[in-house]
Design a binder for this molecule. Sequence first.
Ligand code: PLP
Length: 391
Amino acid sequence: MIPYGRQDISEADIQAVVDVLSCDFLTQGPEVPGFEQAVARYCDARHAIAVNSATSALHLACLALQVGPRDCVWTSPITFVATANCALHCGAAVDFVDIDPGTCNLSVQRLAEKLEVAKRYNRLPKVVIPVHFGGQACDMAAIHDLGNRFGFRIIEDASHAIGGRYRGEPVGNGRYSDITVFSFHPVKLITTAEGGMALTNDHRLARRMRLLRSHGTTRDAADMTRPPDGPWYYQQIDVGFNYRMTDLQAALGSSQLKRLDEFVARRHDIAERYDECVANLPVATLSQCPDSHSARHLYVIRLKLSEIESTHRNIYDAMRTAGVGVNVHYIPLHLQPYYTQLGFVAGQYPEAERYYSEALTLPIYAALTVSEQTYVCSALSECLGRGRKHA
Ligand SMILES: *Cc1c(COP(=O)(O)O)cnc(C)c1O
């Protein structure tokens, strides 16, 4: 089966991890700050906090922005469940903003409309979490303007977008947000097996995320309520978690980061070949905005079901039977039982629901070969052709 995404591990990556195994520290050694500095430099951000997943990074980001039980956090319904769970973990409520049908990113127009209504009812969100779907940055300048006007903070869920750019600058530089989060899960752009990172230019947010990453304890005398008892001393000044990344993971991340630009370039080549191959098929692709240079994490097609005799489900099954591990990203969050039980209903976010009924993710990853891709294209064309409606 050709998967929809997978890691690309080089000999240098393996050596980097093996080298750490013979060092004094497997965790909390020099590799984690080294990886943090490398990503911060790559993204042109002041602070980077490495953690054990993007899920943890999103949680720390919400806590640093003081999201609590009286607050509401808004995001897109077309994302992974973790994007919304971070708010729930803080006791906050979650609400959604429908997607733009072209990019499948959160619609800025819907956001602006929803904010106007929320303002009248005094129900404005504390935080909005735009998700850079498939690696293409949201319209961050516009979201940032709305943030200033309506007083909400912004966390970019850039789990798909490290290596991408917005208006010529790296995603993660924080020009239009408070905190940016990356994921290093193996299907993402670069991997640390499990892992994530939060970037910010605000030293107070950075300090708070660092503190909560490791139990709420500090060894920094400047953060302590009284002078240290001695060199062994640490103080617990808050309640935190063990969200630490290991040195093994960080060494892998630093090694992978060196190839990130090459990975993104390969993904663009693959996407261009797909664009050509699907041009004559009854499918649509996501529109790409000139402001955004996508990291091309996902290659999503939307089936034009009115021109196809088969169904979404049958095409999915036929592709899988042909050995192509297509996938569906994502099931709209508001249709998950957790949310329907809270009162969300079908029909509430029509663009997200329409998208879900026709979306298919094709394999895209740096190590995908041209011949594998040619096979994916012919399998797709056959699956669609077989069921194509004749006029
Ligand atoms: C993968 C992903 C996450 C979660 O990342 P983990 O590192 O697995 O915790 C969150 N949001 C989005 C949009 C993702 O794709």
